[in-house]
Design a protein around this ligand. Structure first.
Ligand code: PGA
Length: 238
């Protein structure tokens, strides 16, 4: 069974969330889908017994960090997972500088991690995809090897050029990239982590993606915002 992560990003208002939850009631396998709504709405999903994750965590554990949310505060709301290193965080909030600290904090606090990695279009065009992914992994994992990473770490491969563009890598490319990534994780870190694919997953391309046998699940943005479409999409994911 594949894992499906629904990343709402900074979308939907409270009334939309209430409607969303009533629409999906009793229609979702609660072990298959993890919801990543805005922090304001985590409790709404938790109350209905869904698995929930935060879209980010603070790099500090508490204190004077205006605008951030600490792990402890998130855990109090029943958060099971967190995304770390989403490309939008890396772009707008310079998260490349904080990945390692965030990883460390999440592991120390026993939160499960979906670590997002991915190359830019320029890097892809220069045949740097595998190098970039390895560097991003190394940066995230350095100093964090004492933890039982196997049970706590899931990787989401999200090519930056694919997020929100409607464009996905071709099947061979994607299969090879994930293959290389899994080999690197195993050889270097002795990890058999799940590897999800993210970037413009939608109803038009899901049947193609489903033919790629080394994808362990999906991180879905735009296509999870409409509950009706999302249910159809989930149904196509085996
Ligand atoms: P998208 O976003 O599905 O809208 O491309 C995916 C993501 O950024 O996690």
């Amino acid at each position: 069974m594949k894992l499906i992560c629904a990343n709402f990003k900074m979308n939907l208002l409270r009334k939309d969330i209430v409607n969303y939850l009533s629409f999906i009631e009793n229609k979702i396998d609660k072990e298959k889908v993890i919801f990543f709504p805005n922090n304001l709405f985590l409790e709404y999903f938790k109350k209905d017994n869904y698995l929930v994750g935060s879209q980010d965590i603070s790099f500090k554990d508490f204190g004077a960090v205006t605008g951030d949310t600490s792990i402890e505060q998130l855990k109090e709301l029943g958060v099971d997972y967190t995304l770390i290193g989403h490309s939008e965080r890396r772009k707008y909030f310079l998260d490349d500088n904080y990945i390692n600290q965030k990883m460390n904090l999440a592991l120390k606090n026993d939160l499960k991690i979906i670590l997002c990695i991915g190359e830019s279009l320029e890097e892809k065009d220069n045949n740097l995809t595998n190098t970039v992914l390895k560097n991003q992994l190394d940066e995230a994992l350095k100093n964090n090897l004492g933890y039982q990473l196997e049970k706590k770490l899931i990787i989401a491969y999200e090519p930056v050029w694919s997020i929100g563009t409607g464009i996905i890598p071709n099947e061979n490319e994607l299969k090879n990239t994930i293959h290389e990534l899994k080999i690197y994780l195993q050889d270097t870190y002795k990890l058999n982590s799940l590897v999800l694919y993210g970037g413009s997953v939608n109803l038009d391309n899901i049947s193609t993606l489903e033919t790629i046998d080394n994808i362990d699940g999906y991180l879905i943005g735009g296509a999870c915002l409409n509950p009706e479409n999302f249910l159809v999409l989930i149904d196509k994911i085996k």
